[in-house]
Design a protein around this ligand. Structure first.
Ligand SMILES: [Fe+2]
Ligand SMILES: [Fe+2]
Length: 210
């Protein structure tokens, strides 16, 4: 879906190449995450009216470009991505008049920054980004990230409790909600078995999860 959509815009292959070189191949937060988010965003928007595909595609591609600079610049990565986006887009040949709407969607993609997703493109991007933290990919990402942060099994289970099992409630669109429902169910199924096998049932009771 992404390759097909990208082939409709001259700027797209150039932007993909630059984003890939900035983010690298880390499956958790790198270019593979961006590709999954762009695919999900296109899938969600396929059944929705009022989404500008060109803006959505560009926003999905640049939404996390600020992540590698987060600690060095001491700002939220969504803010850095929004700062960097106009120059990146311009270099790729993206239409100038659409840049502000890409920036708006990028700023609103992260729940923790607290910027409301107002436009359709911002809502779809936010849903797509959250979906990639859920389901089987969400489980894989959580354990890789848990290991990097030294969370251990218990800390990773806490992360499910505090964040991942709550993402379903944050969906903005109907197709996003449906996909989130499916991914949420899988995460609960996985956790139930995991807690039992790892002897961690005392750490978290799935009855608390909706
Ligand atoms: Fe992000
Ligand atoms: Fe992201």
């Amino acid at each position: 879906m992404l390759d097909q959509a990208c082939s409709r815009y001259e700027w797209c292959p150039r932007l993909r190449k630059e984003v890939k070189s900035i983010l690298g191949d880390d499956p958790v937060h790198g270019y593979p995450h961006v590709v999954r988010v762009a695919e999900l965003a296109l899938k969600i928007s396929g059944t929705l009216c009022g989404v500008d595909e060109e803006i959505l595609l560009a926003a999905a591609l640049v939404h996390d470009v600020g992540r590698p600079f987060e600690s060095e610049r001491g700002k939220h990565h969504a803010v850095i991505s929004a700062d960097e986006a106009p120059a990146l887009l311009r270099r790729a040949g993206f239409p100038d008049e659409k840049v502000p709407r890409v920036v708006e969607a990028v700023l609103a993609h992260s729940f923790s920054l607290g910027v409301r997703a107002e436009s359709m493109e911002a809502r779809v991007l936010s849903d797509a980004d959250k979906l990639d933290a859920m389901g089987a990919v969400g489980v894989a990402r959580a354990f890789i990230e848990g290991d990097r942060r030294g969370r251990g099994f218990e800390g990773t289970v806490k992360h499910f409790e505090e964040k991942l099992l709550r993402l379903r409630e944050l969906m903005h669109t109907e197709p996003g909600r449906r996909m989130a429902e499916d991914r949420h169910r899988f995460m609960k199924m996985f956790l139930e078995k995991f807690l039992e096998e790892a002897g961690l049932k005392h750490v978290y009771s799935l009855d608390k999860a909706t």
